[in-house]
Design a binder for this molecule. Sequence first.
Ligand SMILES: Nc1ncnc2c1ncn2[C@@H]1O[C@H](COP(=O)(O)OP(=O)(O)OP(=O)(O)O)[C@@H](O)[C@H]1O
Length: 652
Amino acid sequence: MPPGPGKGGDEEFEDLRAEDGNAMVRLFGEYGRGERVRFGVGGLASVFSTLMELLPAFLLGVAIDSFLLDDRAFRLPYVPQAVLPDEPMGQFVLLASILGGSYVMGAALGWVNSWAWNGFAQHFQHAVRVDAYDAMQRRELSFFDDRQTGEVMSILNNDVNQLEGFLTNSLNTGIGIVFRVGGMGAVMLALNWRLGLIPAVIIPALGYASYVFVERIHPKYQSVRSAVGKLNSQLENNLGGIEVVKSYTTEAAETDRVAESSRSYLDAQWDAISTRILFWPTLRLLTAAGYMATFLVGGYWVMVNRGLLGPPLPFFNGPGLTGGLLVTYLLYTRRFMWPMRQFGQIINDYQYAEAAGERIVGLLDTPPGITDADDAADLDEVAGRVEYDDVSFGYQTTDGEQEQVLRDVSFDVEPGEMVGLVGPTGAGKTTLMKLLMRMYDADDGAVRVDGRDVRNVTLRSLRDAVGYVSQEPYLFYGSVRENIGYSRPGATDEEIVAAAKAAGAHEFVVDLQDGYDTTVGERGVKLSGGQRQRVSIARAVLKDPEILILDEATSHVDNETEAVIQDSLRDLVADRTTFAIAHRLSTVRHADTILVLDDGELVERGTHDDLLARDGLYATLWRVQVGEVDALPQEFLDRAASYSPQPGDGDD
Ligand SMILES: Nc1ncnc2c1ncn2[C@@H]1O[C@H](COP(=O)(O)OP(=O)(O)OP(=O)(O)O)[C@@H](O)[C@H]1O
């Protein structure tokens, strides 16, 4: 029972947990319905293949009594005596045939069971995973802000796999246990209820021991998992930062830290192992006790029955016990141990599956925070007028507080205008643009496109109208062609090349090993920051949106390349509303309007010349950039120093 993947994470996503009802029942009702046939066939096959397993020991008992000891006449339950052969040879052949038949049937039913049951679990899981992914993808951006990618993945992977593990193995085994152990117990009680009392005691005792064991070992496995997790993240961190480790010659200290984590893992494992190795001997002892009791009581009874010990004690009256029956009992008793060993684990697996199910149901049932209003209409024929009306916004921090990022920002932009957005780092420029795409909703005030509040138009039509090139563009694993074409499925090669040319990407793309077919993104060819930006600009250009947002889109390219891109973008931005966020002020020098944002407030607005004449923040920033002043005013430096990066910084 190793600490397999997918068993952790109970404590994560507490907020996602479905509050009411039984999640497994709900998932079963919704996703199991389509799989009824597989479920039914698998379940029935499991029951009958289990019953086939009970036959051999029973037949052996019949054979011993009829052929070896001659204690009982040849009889089979539910079979009329008239149809049974009279001759011992015929009886023997019949028994052997039933025995052989039961093995063949058992194997065939086992196969049917695995086929149907695995099919059920896989299809169930597939449907749940796809729906969970879809529900997750629809969640608002802030859902992802507060979580690490790995955490989000854990629902789609671990939790869904947890369900699969439970459905494929535990549920099936559980049904098997009920019928195998229950069947054996019932047969024993029916054949001789007095001797049947022993399994009636020993089966619950084994089940209880198994449950107690799992309850004890469970927290120990959790500790092992968390120790593995810590060790892994430490190794990952160290390997990722190997350059830093080497350059600061901290190898010895890092080895010590890894040794410490490894030691914690060893201790946690040893603790779990110490408990685990007690389990099996305990079950063996309990089973042996049942076996011994059956042997002693049954043996005594058989001897009385055969007249070897005189009259029976008071309890041992009733029909006598034959040697063959005793053998059947003894064989059954030994077989309790294996299935009952799994009993506690199944209960435990159910608890895990239920917890995983609750998170999945929570995810499926929570409506996205940002979604179309009931009466949302499409934004048609977009002209590109943008209006911010007293907009305030703050991010929700993980501890539930709100951090104010934008305060009462108001401005209008006419269709086709080029707007430069400048200001110190952390001033809120990216955030301001994210409100335009409705990645977040303003807390106060309104953002309007063509006079319509973005909250009253459909998300799809709004985002279709906006092209966004982010600071750190993301390239998917795939070819350059696919990455550019992502914004417009079905775009022709000519259109893709034209977009790449406009973005200044064509020249370097054709120089790549396979040109537009070169694989990029994670595990692909590594492009430089500037090259990624240009592919990303090409992607936005291809989309041909009415409103274009360039968020530091050329920050990673050199001045010459930027000039080339600017030149080729000139036509592009001419007939659409464009917002260009830039630290390098020369980028936005020729903008129709420059908005200067400082600490969440719009402090200046005008053309480059207006703002220089005004001699405010913009003029100061400009002079620093052209080298006219050596240092920024002290007040500005103090504020920059006090700016502390927040989670989410840099990933916009
Ligand atoms: N997803 C987020 N969750 C919480 N806080 C955020 C998030 N994104 C940004 N912030 C915070 O909001 C503030 C404004 O960030 P924003 O990225 O809008 O600034 P910016 O002006 O674009 O900065 P830069 O020029 O460095 O890109 C910063 O204090 C930042 O830490």
